[in-house]
Ligand binder design. Structure first.
Ligand SMILES: *[C@@H]1O[C@H](CO)[C@@H](O)[C@H](O)[C@H]1NC(C)=O
Ligand SMILES: *[C@@H]1O[C@H](CO)[C@@H](O)[C@H](O)[C@H]1NC(C)=O
Length: 195
């Protein structure tokens, strides 16, 4: 037992390292004292707000051997409704600097979208944009995405890292869609108010 446990611990550690090694921000974890200190200095009435604008491209890959967006649940009749009502997808979609897939990777869209509209093709997006910066900064988007509209607008309800206490908006515009596979590239523009 005494010999077995350290061996198990080492094996678990190795498994964790191996499974996380594809993502260089997963291991970043902020120190609680540093976050508390930051909150105290930025929650004063005269704390100055910043505006940050970001643009990135979201690659939703639902087809092929390595999809980054997968259907995890649906109503027994989702597939036969015109709006796929009741379908739930989980995604870990890459975000890149430019519209091409081989453009620089800047982060990931991690979360879910749910077909939540009976009449229009409308998704409830609940996701974090996780950025590949030195803080592993995130912004959280929760909103309605009527994907056939040219521009869609969704609220940013919070953030972490560089975007602590963020609120704001993202706009989404589909720049490429394969009508056969339904793979898509979407341009996102974010405007964030934060401290
Ligand atoms: C689908 O679900 C409904 C209830 O929502 C049920 O009445 C129906 O029998 C189900 N159909 C099939 C094909 O399982
Ligand atoms: C869409 O996907 C299909 C199936 O993979 C492929 O044959 C086709 O070339 C793609 N179309 C475009 C415009 O990329």
């Amino acid at each position: 037992m005494g010999k077995f446990l350290p061996g198990m611990a080492a094996l678990l550690m190795l498994l964790l390292l191996v499974s996380y090694s594809h993502s260089d921000t997963t291991l970043i974890s902020p120190k609680p004292e540093a976050v508390q200190e930051w909150m105290e200095s930025h929650s004063q009435p005269n704390a100055k707000q910043k505006i940050t604008k970001l643009r990135f491209y979201f690659h939703d890959v639902v087809s092929g051997k390595n999809p980054t967006s997968v259907t995890v649940a649906q109503w027994n009749s989702s597939a036969t409704t015109p709006t796929l009502f009741g379908l739930v997808n989980v995604m870990d979609d890459p975000l890149t600097e430019g519209p091409r897939r081989d453009s620089k990777l800047v982060g990931w869209a991690r979360g879910m979208y749910t077909s939540a509209s009976i009449e229009n093709l409308g998704l409830l997006m609940t996701l974090s944009f996780v950025f590949r910066d030195e803080h592993g900064s995130t912004i959280t988007v929760v909103g309605h995405n009527q994907i056939l509209n040219k521009y869609r607008e969704m609220p940013v309800v919070g953030g972490s890292g560089l975007y602590r206490l963020a609120r704001g908006l993202v706009t989404a515009r589909t720049v490429w869609l394969n009508v056969t596979t339904k793979d898509a590239v979407v341009e996102y523009n974010a405007v964030l108010l934060h401290y």
